[in-house]
Ligand binder design. Structure first.
Ligand code: GLC
Length: 428
């Protein structure tokens, strides 16, 4: 057991919980239920991740796996929380949910005070609603453009800087590889399903094209503008051309699946795909690198949507103190380091960006610090309790456009009307 673990706040919390709940003489083990959606091998790794906490406290953790789609998770969690479900102690929560679910979670401001100071302040702030720290960050997220080094070299083409250049390069290499006998080759894979992931991808197209961020930080609905329209029209040309028609049903894992068989030149995905892409079972091991997403119409701005995951303690939990201790452990340096090394997830603890073991195992991590620090947040703060509806109206307008159901101009005009209705006045 390391020095940190002996002295760690999560351990002190666990001990205090055991003593106050059961009396110093009869410390009973508790089983903590943790619900989480996941991509990659996060569920498989979870057992090993929580083992040090289980060993130190005598408690056990049961993970309840949820669908990979954050939108599906949100729907389910909202039902459970509204019903005051006491079977679930901890929820793994998306960065965008804090304002919508805050009332159901325990305030961690005091207990996590010292630990919170070791995290990036902006991430702690994203989980703070009306002065209440509703969840503790366990990793942050900002996407990359994954590219095949070997193919760019073979065709003597540079790493593309703009979306137009990426489109042209993807097409050249796709056509060349198909002519050379690989009929399954595609230029670009991404997340086109009608869900939160499409909101992330499309926000990047808009923002990098000078088309704003759907709803601006001051609450203004900005989505219906010429640059946003042009960005969506370009993305539409990808479908069936450099991206399979099926991309309209792709989430993160479908994009990674095709990429890892070696049948894509470019992929937009989050850092979790980096470690997996270099795994022994990956056809692209050692053949790819990452760069920032391309710039758009104004040719200067690259935009990455800010993602990330947290752990929140349910107000309805019957094991609150042990659950808080587990949350502190998962948000602490040991667990974050393990997650960084095994899953190439970006830590939220500042010092881990100088950790030599992490840099050696997953070189993307130190490189991605500035990318996530400059990432664009989705408008979950200004639209507060209405964010989920805002996002689903947006991803539907985008999905319809990509599927050829209405032009970008018509769909964004209609979206503006719907969002204005939803806002229902001066403020959200
Ligand atoms: C990633 C991000 C999360 C986002 C999701 C969309 O998991 O971390 O914030 O909502 O992708 O699919």
């Amino acid at each position: 057991m390391t020095k940190f673990m002996k002295s760690a706040a999560w351990r002190a919390t666990a001990m205090a919980a055991a003593i106050s709940a059961f009396g110093a003489t009869s410390v009973l083990a508790e089983d903590i239920t943790y619900v989480s959606g996941a991509v990659g091998n996060a569920i498989d790794n979870f057992k090993a991740l929580v083992k040090p906490w289980e060993d130190a406290t005598g408690n056990t953790v049961t993970i309840v796996p949820m669908p990979a789609s954050t939108s599906d998770q949100f729907g389910q969690y909202r039902l459970w929380l509204a019903a005051g479900n006491s079977d679930i102690d901890l929820y793994q929560t998306d960065v965008i949910w804090a304002p919508q679910l805050a009332e159901h979670f325990v305030d961690l401001t005091e207990v996590a005070g010292e630990l919170a100071k070791t995290h990036f302040p902006s991430i702690i702030e994203s989980q703070t609603v009306d002065g209440k720290l509703v969840a503790l960050p366990i990793f942050t997220d900002a996407p990359a453009l994954y590219y095949r080094k070997d193919l760019l070299e073979k065709y003597n083409l540079p790493v593309p800087k703009t979306w137009e250049e990426m489109t042209a390069t993807a097409k050249t290499i796709q056509d060349g590889e198909r002519a050379a006998g690989n009929a399954d080759m595609w230029g670009f894979v991404w997340q086109g399903n009608a869900y939160e992931g499409l909101t992330c991808d499309a926000l990047e197209w808009l923002k990098s094209s000078g088309g704003g961020q759907i709803v601006e930080p001051d609450g203004t609905i900005s989505v219906n503008n010429p640059n946003a329209i042009a960005a969506l029209e370009l993305a539409k040309t990808w479908v069936g051309n450099i991206s399979p028609e099926g991309v309209l049903a792709y989430q993160e894992e479908e994009a990674r699946g095709l990429w890892q068989t070696g049948n894509a030149v470019f992929m937009r995905n989050w850092p979790y795909a980096y470690g997996l892409g270099n795994g022994d079972d990956s056809a692209v091991k050692g053949l790819f690198d990452v760069t920032t997403l391309p710039t758009g119409l104004d040719s200067t701005t690259s935009a990455a949507t800010l993602g990330g995951w947290n752990v929140a303690v349910s107000k309805y939990s019957k094991h609150q103190e042990a659950a808080i201790s587990l949350a502190m452990y998962l948000a602490g340096p040991e667990a974050q380091k393990q997650r960084a090394i095994n899953e190439s997830n970006l830590p939220t603890i500042i010092s881990l960006y100088d950790d030599a073991d992490i840099a050696a195992a997953q070189p993307i991590i130190p490189r991605w610090k500035d990318v996530f620090l400059q990432a664009v947040p989705r408008p979950s703060a200004p639209t507060r309790g209405k964010y989920n509806e805002v996002s689903s109206l947006f991803w539907n307008a985008v999905h319809n456009t990509l599927a050829g159901d209405g032009t970008a101009a018509d769909n964004l005009e209609e979206l503006e009307v719907l969002l204005t209705d939803l806002k229902g006045g001066e403020s959200w």
